[in-house]
Write a protein that binds this ligand. Structure first.
Ligand SMILES: Nc1ccn([C@@H]2O[C@H](COP(=O)(O)O)[C@@H](O)[C@H]2O)c(=O)n1
Ligand SMILES: [Mg+2]
Length: 289
């Protein structure tokens, strides 16, 4: 059915159930389908040749427009809060206030750096960010078959949009909800626009007023792509979901997190830097119908 599911990186707790969902997605066809995806470490790569790739926040944090003192403070925040973000022994409810703290402090620091809107494209160009292998096929196929791609990210919207633009795949079927920068009349960053999106509030609470899901209420088949336990709620605002396939990229602390990921995601991709499995499933659903 989908040869890519035989890859060594693929883990599935309930194969029969998963095959049933994939068959239903195919039966329902492309007119019922939408893809809801996280961005950082899901559409973008986690690592390359043993080195970590940057998140949309890290792209700014590491860039030449941030002072040395600012860089150190942002790195200290990352080292303190990231282990909390991925700690399998704490609940999302416990993590929420700490994530708000992290994002708020980081956004305050970034807002003190007089970042110019006009520098964003060059900052992205100079960064080490990479989209996952196979991104072209994913974006091209969804565009070709008019399947909406909703990117729901707790990263920095201005940065991730620029990444997609520079990759030449920011098509009309792509919609983004994320944290956007607020610039003054001279194009200097003042603050971030609300509501704040962090890893564990990617749900209805921040989607109210975006109208996106209401427009897509007829798209009752969903493929959800994420890399954190917080991404599992990204489709909660869709009014009448009939079939949902949750695919999770398990990038970090694989042994410790495996059990929770297998319980929560239908398909878990362990240390897989490609979109092969997603593309294989889409090929089966879209092209052969
Ligand atoms: N100051 C920060 C805050 C968060 N991150 C990372 O960003 C990712 C969130 O973006 P998604 O597209 O994945 O929703 C998440 O992996 C955080 O670790 C950061 O790097 N710096
Ligand atoms: Mg992510």
């Amino acid at each position: 059915m989908v040869p890519e599911l035989q890859k060594a990186t693929v883990r599935i707790q309930q194969p029969e159930r998963v095959m049933g969902i994939i068959r239903s997605l195919r039966e329902q066809g492309m007119n019922k389908l939408q893809v809801i995806s996280d961005f950082d470490m899901t559409l973008s790569r986690f690592g390359c040749n043993g080195r970590r790739c940057p998140t949309s926040h890290n792209i700014l944090d590491n860039s030449r427009v941030i002072s040395e003192d600012g860089k150190k403070k942002l790195k200290d925040l990352l080292h303190y809060y990231y282990p909390i973000e991925i700690d399998p022994n704490r609940t999302p409810a416990e993590k929420c206030p700490l994530m708000v703290e992290w994002w708020t402090k980081a956004h305050e620091l970034l807002s003190q750096q007089k970042i110019q809107k006009g520098d964003i494209a060059q900052i992205v160009r100079e960064s080490d960010v990479m989209l996952r292998d196979g991104f072209n096929e994913l974006f091209d196929q969804l565009h070709k078959y008019n399947v909406p791609l909703f990117i729901f990210s707790a990263g920095v919207g201005d940065i991730l949009e620029e990444i997609i633009r520079q990759a030449n795949v920011f098509y009309s079927n792509v919609n983004v909800v994320s944290n956007y920068m607020d610039f003054d009349d001279n194009g200097v960053l003042m603050c971030f626009k609300g509501p704040l999106i962090h890893t564990y509030n990617k749900n209805n609470s921040v989607l109210q007023g975006t109208e996106y899901f209401q427009q897509l209420s007829a798209r009752t088949s969903i493929i959800l792509l994420g890399d954190s336990m917080g991404d599992l709620t990204m489709a909660d605002g869709v009014p009448s979901v009939e079939n949902i396939l949750k695919i999770g990229f398990l990038n970090d602390k694989v042994e410790e997190q495996r059990g929770k990921y297998l319980d929560a995601y239908d398909i878990v991709l362990e240390s897989d830097e490609t979109l092969d499995v997603v593309n294989g499933i889409l090929r089966y659903i879209l092209i052969e119908t």
